[in-house]
Write a protein that binds this ligand. Structure first.
Ligand SMILES: *Cc1c(COP(=O)(O)O)cnc(C)c1O
Length: 381
Protein backbone atom coordinates (compact mmCIF):
# COMPACT_ATOMS: atom_id res chain seq x y z
CA UNK A 1 0.00 0.00 0.00
CA UNK A 2 1.39 3.42 -0.91
CA UNK A 3 1.95 5.42 2.26
CA UNK A 4 0.01 8.39 0.79
CA UNK A 5 -3.21 6.31 0.70
CA UNK A 6 -3.12 5.49 4.37
CA UNK A 7 -5.98 6.71 6.55
CA UNK A 8 -5.54 9.65 8.96
CA UNK A 9 -5.24 7.59 12.17
CA UNK A 10 -2.41 5.58 10.57
CA UNK A 11 -0.69 8.73 9.28
CA UNK A 12 -0.87 10.19 12.81
CA UNK A 13 1.19 7.32 14.17
CA UNK A 14 3.59 6.61 11.30
CA UNK A 15 4.00 9.45 8.77
CA UNK A 16 7.38 11.14 8.82
CA UNK A 17 9.00 9.12 11.63
CA UNK A 18 12.83 9.27 11.46
CA UNK A 19 14.24 5.78 11.78
CA UNK A 20 17.63 5.61 13.41
CA UNK A 21 19.23 2.69 11.49
CA UNK A 22 21.77 2.05 14.22
CA UNK A 23 19.45 1.47 17.19
CA UNK A 24 16.22 0.85 15.22
CA UNK A 25 14.30 2.80 17.86
CA UNK A 26 10.61 3.23 16.99
CA UNK A 27 10.44 6.96 17.73
CA UNK A 28 12.42 9.82 16.15
CA UNK A 29 15.62 10.77 18.01
CA UNK A 30 16.01 14.46 18.91
CA UNK A 31 18.74 16.26 16.93
CA UNK A 32 19.94 18.97 19.28
CA UNK A 33 22.88 20.32 17.22
CA UNK A 34 22.74 23.82 15.73
CA UNK A 35 25.93 23.16 13.77
CA UNK A 36 26.34 20.36 11.18
CA UNK A 37 29.44 19.21 9.30
CA UNK A 38 30.12 20.65 5.87
CA UNK A 39 30.78 19.50 3.23
CA UNK A 40 28.48 16.47 3.71
CA UNK A 41 27.17 13.80 1.27
CA UNK A 42 24.11 15.93 0.28
CA UNK A 43 25.95 19.25 0.61
CA UNK A 44 22.94 20.39 2.65
CA UNK A 45 23.25 23.44 4.92
CA UNK A 46 21.47 22.12 7.97
CA UNK A 47 20.47 24.84 10.41
CA UNK A 48 17.40 25.18 12.67
CA UNK A 49 16.33 28.53 11.21
CA UNK A 50 16.28 26.91 7.75
CA UNK A 51 13.51 24.59 8.96
CA UNK A 52 15.52 21.55 7.73
CA UNK A 53 16.62 19.76 10.92
CA UNK A 54 15.30 16.16 10.94
CA UNK A 55 12.86 16.86 13.82
CA UNK A 56 11.40 19.81 11.93
CA UNK A 57 11.06 17.72 8.76
CA UNK A 58 9.52 14.76 10.62
CA UNK A 59 6.69 16.82 12.04
CA UNK A 60 6.23 18.81 8.80
CA UNK A 61 5.89 15.52 6.89
CA UNK A 62 3.33 14.22 9.38
CA UNK A 63 1.20 17.38 9.14
CA UNK A 64 1.57 17.39 5.34
CA UNK A 65 0.42 13.76 5.11
CA UNK A 66 -2.58 14.49 7.34
CA UNK A 67 -3.64 17.53 5.31
CA UNK A 68 -2.97 15.72 2.00
CA UNK A 69 -0.50 18.43 0.98
CA UNK A 70 2.73 18.17 -0.98
CA UNK A 71 4.81 19.84 1.71
CA UNK A 72 4.52 21.68 5.04
CA UNK A 73 6.44 23.98 7.31
CA UNK A 74 6.24 24.02 11.11
CA UNK A 75 6.92 27.32 12.87
CA UNK A 76 7.19 28.86 16.33
CA UNK A 77 3.49 29.78 16.66
CA UNK A 78 0.20 29.87 14.79
CA UNK A 79 0.70 33.60 14.24
CA UNK A 80 4.12 32.88 12.68
CA UNK A 81 2.30 30.61 10.22
CA UNK A 82 -0.31 33.32 9.51
CA UNK A 83 2.18 36.20 9.18
CA UNK A 84 4.80 34.32 7.11
CA UNK A 85 2.12 33.06 4.71
CA UNK A 86 0.51 36.47 4.17
CA UNK A 87 3.88 38.22 3.80
CA UNK A 88 4.97 35.57 1.28
CA UNK A 89 1.82 35.67 -0.86
CA UNK A 90 1.11 39.44 -0.91
CA UNK A 91 3.12 42.40 -2.18
CA UNK A 92 2.64 46.18 -2.18
CA UNK A 93 -0.36 47.22 -4.28
CA UNK A 94 -2.23 43.92 -3.72
CA UNK A 95 -5.64 43.65 -2.06
CA UNK A 96 -6.65 40.76 0.22
CA UNK A 97 -10.15 39.80 1.41
CA UNK A 98 -10.69 38.27 4.87
CA UNK A 99 -13.72 36.71 6.50
CA UNK A 100 -14.68 39.19 9.25
CA UNK A 101 -14.98 36.68 12.13
CA UNK A 102 -11.38 35.43 12.03
CA UNK A 103 -9.09 34.79 15.01
CA UNK A 104 -8.38 38.04 16.92
CA UNK A 105 -4.58 37.82 16.52
CA UNK A 106 -4.95 37.36 12.76
CA UNK A 107 -7.32 40.35 12.63
CA UNK A 108 -4.75 42.48 14.45
CA UNK A 109 -1.96 41.40 12.11
CA UNK A 110 -4.09 42.15 9.06
CA UNK A 111 -5.15 45.66 10.15
CA UNK A 112 -1.94 46.70 11.97
CA UNK A 113 0.77 45.27 9.69
CA UNK A 114 -0.37 44.67 6.10
CA UNK A 115 -1.34 48.31 5.32
CA UNK A 116 2.14 49.42 6.49
CA UNK A 117 3.54 47.42 3.54
CA UNK A 118 1.12 48.97 1.05
CA UNK A 119 -1.26 45.99 1.05
CA UNK A 120 -5.00 46.79 0.97
CA UNK A 121 -7.29 44.69 3.16
CA UNK A 122 -11.04 44.39 3.60
CA UNK A 123 -13.45 42.17 5.48
CA UNK A 124 -16.42 40.11 4.32
CA UNK A 125 -19.36 39.81 6.76
CA UNK A 126 -21.20 37.13 4.75
CA UNK A 127 -18.53 34.48 4.13
CA UNK A 128 -20.05 32.82 1.05
CA UNK A 129 -18.49 32.71 -2.42
CA UNK A 130 -21.03 35.41 -3.48
CA UNK A 131 -20.14 37.51 -0.43
CA UNK A 132 -16.45 37.38 -1.41
CA UNK A 133 -17.18 37.89 -5.14
CA UNK A 134 -19.12 41.10 -4.35
CA UNK A 135 -16.04 42.67 -2.75
CA UNK A 136 -13.40 41.68 -5.32
CA UNK A 137 -11.24 44.47 -6.73
CA UNK A 138 -9.03 44.47 -9.83
CA UNK A 139 -5.98 44.05 -7.54
CA UNK A 140 -7.44 41.33 -5.25
CA UNK A 141 -4.93 38.48 -4.90
CA UNK A 142 -5.98 36.45 -1.87
CA UNK A 143 -9.13 35.14 -0.11
CA UNK A 144 -8.86 34.10 3.55
CA UNK A 145 -11.35 32.07 5.62
CA UNK A 146 -11.78 30.13 8.88
CA UNK A 147 -14.33 27.32 9.10
CA UNK A 148 -15.81 26.63 11.59
CA UNK A 149 -15.17 30.14 12.90
CA UNK A 150 -14.58 31.55 16.37
CA UNK A 151 -16.71 31.90 18.51
CA UNK A 152 -20.00 31.40 16.61
CA UNK A 153 -18.94 28.27 14.68
CA UNK A 154 -20.02 29.67 11.32
CA UNK A 155 -19.41 27.30 8.42
CA UNK A 156 -18.04 28.42 5.04
CA UNK A 157 -18.61 26.33 1.88
CA UNK A 158 -14.96 25.50 1.17
CA UNK A 159 -15.39 24.01 -2.33
CA UNK A 160 -17.41 27.04 -3.48
CA UNK A 161 -14.80 29.49 -2.22
CA UNK A 162 -11.97 27.43 -3.76
CA UNK A 163 -13.75 27.44 -7.11
CA UNK A 164 -14.19 31.24 -6.98
CA UNK A 165 -10.46 31.48 -6.31
CA UNK A 166 -9.64 29.20 -9.26
CA UNK A 167 -11.97 31.08 -11.66
CA UNK A 168 -10.41 34.43 -10.78
CA UNK A 169 -6.83 33.23 -10.38
CA UNK A 170 -6.70 34.13 -6.65
CA UNK A 171 -4.88 32.35 -3.87
CA UNK A 172 -7.21 30.81 -1.25
CA UNK A 173 -6.11 30.34 2.37
CA UNK A 174 -7.92 28.66 5.27
CA UNK A 175 -7.09 28.56 8.96
CA UNK A 176 -8.05 24.93 9.72
CA UNK A 177 -7.21 25.09 13.46
CA UNK A 178 -10.76 24.48 14.73
CA UNK A 179 -11.56 21.60 12.37
CA UNK A 180 -8.19 19.75 12.41
CA UNK A 181 -7.17 17.53 9.45
CA UNK A 182 -9.04 14.66 11.07
CA UNK A 183 -12.37 16.41 10.46
CA UNK A 184 -11.60 18.50 7.38
CA UNK A 185 -8.96 18.47 4.60
CA UNK A 186 -9.44 21.71 2.62
CA UNK A 187 -6.58 21.11 0.09
CA UNK A 188 -8.60 18.18 -1.29
CA UNK A 189 -11.49 20.66 -1.71
CA UNK A 190 -9.32 22.95 -3.86
CA UNK A 191 -7.96 25.42 -1.27
CA UNK A 192 -4.34 26.46 -1.91
CA UNK A 193 -2.93 26.90 1.61
CA UNK A 194 -3.93 25.46 5.01
CA UNK A 195 -2.75 27.12 8.23
CA UNK A 196 -2.78 25.85 11.81
CA UNK A 197 -2.17 27.06 15.27
CA UNK A 198 -0.51 23.79 16.29
CA UNK A 199 -0.72 25.10 19.86
CA UNK A 200 -4.32 23.88 19.84
CA UNK A 201 -5.41 20.45 18.55
CA UNK A 202 -2.28 19.34 16.66
CA UNK A 203 -0.15 19.31 19.81
CA UNK A 204 -3.27 18.84 21.90
CA UNK A 205 -1.77 18.90 25.40
CA UNK A 206 -1.74 22.66 26.13
CA UNK A 207 2.04 22.69 26.48
CA UNK A 208 3.61 23.71 23.13
CA UNK A 209 3.30 26.95 21.14
CA UNK A 210 3.65 26.17 17.42
CA UNK A 211 2.13 26.61 13.98
CA UNK A 212 2.02 24.96 10.56
CA UNK A 213 1.51 25.85 6.90
CA UNK A 214 0.60 23.18 4.31
CA UNK A 215 0.26 23.38 0.51
CA UNK A 216 2.06 22.66 -2.75
CA UNK A 217 5.88 22.46 -2.80
CA UNK A 218 5.94 25.77 -4.67
CA UNK A 219 3.77 27.55 -2.05
CA UNK A 220 5.76 26.12 0.85
CA UNK A 221 9.08 27.15 -0.76
CA UNK A 222 7.71 30.68 -1.04
CA UNK A 223 6.56 30.74 2.60
CA UNK A 224 9.82 29.14 3.79
CA UNK A 225 11.82 31.92 2.15
CA UNK A 226 9.96 34.58 4.16
CA UNK A 227 9.92 32.49 7.34
CA UNK A 228 13.72 32.08 7.17
CA UNK A 229 14.06 35.87 6.99
CA UNK A 230 11.59 36.39 9.85
CA UNK A 231 13.23 33.71 11.98
CA UNK A 232 10.08 32.15 13.48
CA UNK A 233 11.74 28.76 13.85
CA UNK A 234 10.44 25.90 16.03
CA UNK A 235 12.92 24.38 18.47
CA UNK A 236 13.60 20.66 17.94
CA UNK A 237 12.45 19.75 21.47
CA UNK A 238 9.12 21.44 20.78
CA UNK A 239 9.05 19.60 17.43
CA UNK A 240 9.44 16.32 19.29
CA UNK A 241 6.55 17.16 21.65
CA UNK A 242 4.41 18.15 18.67
CA UNK A 243 5.29 14.86 16.94
CA UNK A 244 4.30 12.96 20.06
CA UNK A 245 1.06 14.91 20.37
CA UNK A 246 0.19 14.28 16.72
CA UNK A 247 0.49 10.52 17.19
CA UNK A 248 -2.82 10.55 19.11
CA UNK A 249 -4.57 13.33 17.16
CA UNK A 250 -7.12 11.03 15.49
CA UNK A 251 -8.05 9.34 18.79
CA UNK A 252 -8.33 12.64 20.65
CA UNK A 253 -10.37 14.38 17.98
CA UNK A 254 -12.84 11.50 17.72
CA UNK A 255 -13.48 11.72 21.46
CA UNK A 256 -13.68 15.53 21.32
CA UNK A 257 -16.20 15.33 18.46
CA UNK A 258 -18.32 12.94 20.48
CA UNK A 259 -18.10 14.92 23.72
CA UNK A 260 -18.94 18.21 21.96
CA UNK A 261 -21.98 16.65 20.26
CA UNK A 262 -23.25 15.17 23.54
CA UNK A 263 -22.75 18.47 25.37
CA UNK A 264 -24.41 20.41 22.54
CA UNK A 265 -27.47 18.14 22.73
CA UNK A 266 -27.59 18.42 26.52
CA UNK A 267 -27.30 22.22 26.44
CA UNK A 268 -29.88 22.55 23.67
CA UNK A 269 -32.47 20.82 25.91
CA UNK A 270 -31.52 22.86 28.98
CA UNK A 271 -34.08 25.52 30.05
CA UNK A 272 -31.33 27.92 31.20
CA UNK A 273 -29.56 27.91 27.84
CA UNK A 274 -30.92 30.28 25.19
CA UNK A 275 -29.03 29.12 22.08
CA UNK A 276 -26.35 26.58 21.16
CA UNK A 277 -23.93 27.02 18.22
CA UNK A 278 -22.59 23.66 17.03
CA UNK A 279 -22.36 22.58 13.38
CA UNK A 280 -23.36 19.04 14.38
CA UNK A 281 -26.86 20.13 15.45
CA UNK A 282 -29.40 19.78 12.58
CA UNK A 283 -30.78 23.29 13.16
CA UNK A 284 -27.34 25.00 12.90
CA UNK A 285 -27.39 27.20 9.76
CA UNK A 286 -24.17 25.60 8.47
CA UNK A 287 -25.14 22.00 9.29
CA UNK A 288 -25.72 20.81 5.71
CA UNK A 289 -22.46 22.27 4.41
CA UNK A 290 -20.58 20.94 7.45
CA UNK A 291 -22.06 17.46 6.95
CA UNK A 292 -20.84 17.56 3.33
CA UNK A 293 -17.31 18.86 3.90
CA UNK A 294 -16.40 17.53 7.37
CA UNK A 295 -15.85 13.97 8.67
CA UNK A 296 -16.75 15.11 12.19
CA UNK A 297 -18.20 18.35 13.56
CA UNK A 298 -15.31 19.23 15.85
CA UNK A 299 -14.72 19.76 19.55
CA UNK A 300 -15.69 23.45 19.74
CA UNK A 301 -19.13 24.87 20.54
CA UNK A 302 -20.60 28.03 22.00
CA UNK A 303 -23.85 28.78 23.79
CA UNK A 304 -25.72 31.70 25.26
CA UNK A 305 -27.02 31.60 28.82
CA UNK A 306 -30.66 32.55 29.48
CA UNK A 307 -31.20 35.99 31.06
CA UNK A 308 -31.71 34.94 34.69
CA UNK A 309 -28.34 33.25 35.14
CA UNK A 310 -25.24 35.43 35.86
CA UNK A 311 -22.23 34.34 33.75
CA UNK A 312 -19.79 34.75 36.68
CA UNK A 313 -21.89 32.49 38.92
CA UNK A 314 -21.92 29.70 36.36
CA UNK A 315 -18.14 29.92 35.84
CA UNK A 316 -17.55 29.73 39.61
CA UNK A 317 -19.74 26.65 39.97
CA UNK A 318 -17.83 24.38 37.58
CA UNK A 319 -15.74 21.78 39.38
CA UNK A 320 -14.35 19.81 36.40
CA UNK A 321 -14.68 22.16 33.43
CA UNK A 322 -11.95 24.85 33.70
CA UNK A 323 -12.53 28.54 32.90
CA UNK A 324 -9.42 29.30 30.81
CA UNK A 325 -8.16 30.78 27.58
CA UNK A 326 -7.14 28.77 24.50
CA UNK A 327 -8.51 25.50 23.24
CA UNK A 328 -7.85 22.12 21.67
CA UNK A 329 -6.24 20.35 24.64
CA UNK A 330 -7.26 17.13 26.36
CA UNK A 331 -8.99 19.08 29.15
CA UNK A 332 -12.40 20.75 28.75
CA UNK A 333 -12.08 24.54 28.86
CA UNK A 334 -14.66 27.29 28.87
CA UNK A 335 -14.30 31.03 28.27
CA UNK A 336 -16.36 34.19 27.80
CA UNK A 337 -15.37 35.60 24.36
CA UNK A 338 -16.62 39.13 25.17
CA UNK A 339 -14.16 39.24 28.11
CA UNK A 340 -11.28 37.34 26.48
CA UNK A 341 -10.68 36.62 22.77
CA UNK A 342 -13.01 39.42 21.59
CA UNK A 343 -12.54 41.95 24.42
CA UNK A 344 -10.72 44.41 22.14
CA UNK A 345 -13.78 44.73 19.87
CA UNK A 346 -16.15 47.61 20.75
CA UNK A 347 -19.47 46.54 22.35
CA UNK A 348 -21.27 47.78 19.21
CA UNK A 349 -19.02 45.71 16.90
CA UNK A 350 -19.51 42.69 19.14
CA UNK A 351 -23.28 43.10 19.03
CA UNK A 352 -23.20 43.39 15.23
CA UNK A 353 -21.07 40.24 15.06
CA UNK A 354 -23.56 38.37 17.28
CA UNK A 355 -21.18 37.96 20.22
CA UNK A 356 -23.26 38.73 23.32
CA UNK A 357 -21.91 39.16 26.86
CA UNK A 358 -23.81 35.98 27.76
CA UNK A 359 -22.02 33.84 25.17
CA UNK A 360 -19.72 31.08 26.47
CA UNK A 361 -17.26 29.16 24.29
CA UNK A 362 -16.43 25.58 25.09
CA UNK A 363 -13.47 23.46 24.00
CA UNK A 364 -14.42 19.83 24.67
CA UNK A 365 -11.65 17.68 26.11
CA UNK A 366 -11.33 13.89 26.14
CA UNK A 367 -12.83 13.28 29.60
CA UNK A 368 -15.81 10.96 30.04
CA UNK A 369 -18.87 12.72 28.61
CA UNK A 370 -21.04 11.63 31.59
CA UNK A 371 -18.77 13.52 34.00
CA UNK A 372 -18.82 16.63 31.81
CA UNK A 373 -22.62 16.57 31.54
CA UNK A 374 -22.92 16.15 35.30
CA UNK A 375 -20.67 19.18 35.86
CA UNK A 376 -22.76 21.26 33.46
CA UNK A 377 -25.99 20.08 35.08
CA UNK A 378 -24.87 21.23 38.53
CA UNK A 379 -23.34 24.51 37.26
CA UNK A 380 -26.56 25.47 35.48
CA UNK A 381 -28.92 24.25 38.24
C1 LIG B 1 -4.80 30.34 18.56
C2 LIG B 1 -5.15 30.56 17.15
C3 LIG B 1 -4.25 31.19 16.27
C4 LIG B 1 -2.90 31.73 16.72
O1 LIG B 1 -2.07 30.71 17.12
P1 LIG B 1 -0.85 30.92 18.20
O2 LIG B 1 -0.27 29.55 18.26
O3 LIG B 1 -1.47 31.40 19.45
O4 LIG B 1 0.08 31.92 17.61
C5 LIG B 1 -4.64 31.32 14.95
N1 LIG B 1 -5.85 30.89 14.51
C6 LIG B 1 -6.73 30.30 15.33
C7 LIG B 1 -8.04 29.85 14.80
C8 LIG B 1 -6.42 30.11 16.67
O5 LIG B 1 -7.31 29.53 17.49
Amino acid sequence: MSSEKRKPATQCVHAGTYFDQHTRGVTSPIFTATSYGFPNPDNASLYPRYYNIPNQRVVAEKVSALEEGEDALVLGSGMAAVSSTLMALLKPGDHALFQSDIYGGTHHFVVDELPRYGIEVSFVDTPTADGFADQLRSNTRLLYIESPSNPLLRVVDIAELASLGKQRGLCTVIDNTFATPINQRPLAGGIDVVLHSGTKYLNGHSDVNCGAVVGSCEMIDQVRGVAINHGATLDVRACYLLERGLRTLALRVRQQNENALRLARFLQEHPRVATVNYPGLPDHPGHEIAARQMDGFGGMLSFELAEELPVATVLERFSLVTPALSLGGVETLICVPSQTSHSKMSPADRQRAGISDRLLRLSAGIEDAEDLIEDFAQALA
